[in-house]
Design a protein. Structure first.
Lengths: 14, 257
């Protein structure tokens, strides 16, 4: 029951 | 014009094999100062690949004008498999190219093979990755990490990594049971690439998707060791150093729901 996080929540779009 | 000649085809062959299962399409950015760089994100937006091949990675390198070469990696892989690892490999592109020329040379056997690969327009997000503060950095033999990642995937789709100042523990909790592997920090002065080094600011306990870790360890043939940088509640960085460059993977962690 662990949820995969997304890179988008950590890195900003250039 | 781009002309990049590798002393052996093996680096490029291994790099493409290491990333083609994670990303299907990517842009190769070419410039005189930086050589060839790639940033690519997998479709699920969980794994990011950053490749840097400095001009020093090449026997000869020139790039008169910055170029972006959009490639289908499965197609590139098909062509790269045509050359032997010890062949010279040269990548050639015109200033406004619609194809990439790939040349293998075996100087001993007087064999030259030439392939042209069609280029594509690829629209991809580019993310800004700042140099991150990390809670710990682990350097260990790449093969040892690959074995743990492959073995533990058979137990569970998640792998927990717990780091203290003197050990790294990998834990899997699956439907058939549980498993753990502990690797203790050690310095091997006779064979430094066999060492397990832990640089710890703060103990770490993070969970990652086993599938993605298994994609990452496809880079194992590229380097003797892998360095893993971990930070609480942030993507982990896995680095395979190349002669004059690197292949890095950034992997977003899993969190308790």
């Amino acid at each position: 029951p662990s949820k995969q996080s997304s890179l988008m929540s950590f890195f900003g779009k250039r | 014009m781009l002309e990049g000649k590798f002393e052996t085809a093996s680096t490029m062959k291994k790099v493409i094999e290491a990333i083609k299962d994670s990303v299907k399409l990517c842009n190769l950015n070419c410039s005189q100062n930086d050589g060839i760089t790639v940033q690519a994100i997998d479709d699920s937006r969980v794994l990011l690949i950053a490749l840097k091949l400095d001009p020093s990675c090449f026997q000869e390198f020139r790039c008169d004008k910055d170029l972006v070469l959009g490639l289908d990696l499965e197609s590139l892989s098909k062509i790269l498999r045509q050359g032997n690892p010890e062949d010279y490999l040269t990548l050639i592109a015109e200033d406004s190219p619609d194809s990439l020329l790939i040349v293998f040379e075996d100087s001993k056997k007087d064999r030259i093979s030439e392939f042209s690969l069609k280029l594509m327009d690829i629209d991809s997000d580019v993310l800004t990755i700042d140099e991150m503060e990390h809670d710990c950095a682990i350097t260990l033999p790449a093969a040892a990490f690959a074995k743990v990642a492959r073995d533990m995937k058979t137990l569970s789709e998640s792998l927990q990594i717990l780091v203290t100042k003197d050990s790294v523990k990998f834990k899997a909790d699956g439907s058939i049971g549980t498993g753990s592997v502990i690797l203790r920090a050690r310095t091997n002065l006779d064979d430094t690439k066999e060492s397990i080094l832990i640089d710890l600011n703060k103990p770490v306990n993070l969970t990652f998707g086993a599938k993605y870790l298994n994609d990452i360890v496809k880079a194992t043939p590229l380097a003797d060791t892998v360095t893993i940088k971990l930070t609480d509640k942030a993507p982990a960085m896995f680095e395979y150093k190349l002669q004059g460059g690197f292949l890095r993977y950034y992997l977003a962690p899993k969190f308790e729901d």
